[in-house]
Design a protein. Structure first.
Length: 272
């Protein structure tokens, strides 16, 4: 009798366990009914990126798309900005190719499979300007609307590392000799809205850095531009159309315009 009860208990326990395992398995394997279709769209978008077929790519994308990039401090981009990003990559790279480690179904904030697509993988290519090879690992997600078009997109990768590794650099270096006792005024001025933030916001400026040397009573500025032509357009605006230098900065500079030295049209930039 005891053996019979033990056998019956084991059967019930095993049956319950099998049912639980089956439910868990089904929850992972039974994806949203739209997932297969959306997965094909996501894969096609990446394939077309390699072919640099912008029109075919945009046919898969909603006009209401919201795109979040890995650029530090960036805000959510709209459709036009997303298009500009795609065109920028097409212009910057040849032989673009994506190799996926995996493609995964995504979930809603409540944890329910919602037909969205996630992928981990590696983009490769060759930068047109430098000839340097790209090998970029990252994570990308795509959400879809009721028509099956991509309505949200985002990526997670080291954008700064990618830029430093393969993109061209146009470094501009400036030195400002400051009048005695005017250092803080110059620093505050350069940090103001019309100072270096305006420089950084100018078309083609990738970065603007500043450091003050107390011994020399000088400020050193390092700018990185897409090209020297972009810098020259900025320079023309700063010196001819804008009054920041003549009205605000130069009165604080030792020797006036002679105390401002700018080295541009530089070459052979190297980073180790």
């Amino acid at each position: 009798m005891k053996k019979l009860l033990l056998f019956f208990t084991l059967c019930v326990f095993t049956s319950c366990n099998n049912t639980a395992v089956k439910k868990v398995t089904e929850s992972w394997t039974n994806s949203n009914p739209d997932y297969a279709k959306n997965l094909a769209t996501a894969k096609k978008l990446f394939e077309l990126h390699g072919e640099e077929d912008i029109d075919a790519q945009l046919a898969l994308v909603s006009k209401d798309i919201e795109s979040n990039t890995s650029i530090y401090g960036s805000e959510t981009a709209n459709y036009d900005q997303y298009v500009g990003m795609l065109k920028g990559y097409h212009a910057a790279f040849d032989n673009i190719k994506y190799t996926a480690n995996n493609w995964l179904p995504g979930t809603s904030p409540e944890g329910k499979l919602d037909g969205s697509v996630r992928t981990y993988g590696t983009w490769t290519g060759v930068n047109v300007a430098t000839g340097k090879e790209l090998s970029l690992k990252g994570y990308w997600y795509m959400n879809f609307d009721d028509e099956g078009k991509i309505v949200a997109q985002g990526d997670f990768f080291d954008f700064g590392g990618m830029y430093d590794a393969v993109y061209p650099k146009t470094k501009i270096i400036a030195k400002i000799d400051i009048k005695e006792g005017k250092a803080q005024e110059v620093i505050d001025l350069l940090n103001s809205e019309n100072g270096l933030p305006a420089t950084r916001a100018y078309d083609g400026c990738n970065s603007a850095e500043m450091v003050y040397n107390k011994e020399l009573n000088s400020v050193w500025i390092i700018l990185d531009w897409v090209s020297n032509d972009h810098y020259l357009r900025y320079r023309n605006w700063r010196f001819n159309d804008d009054d920041f230098l003549s009205k605000n900065l130069l009165p604080l500079v030792l020797g006036g315009a002679n105390g401002l030295t700018v080295a541009h049209t530089n070459s052979n930039y190297t980073i180790f």
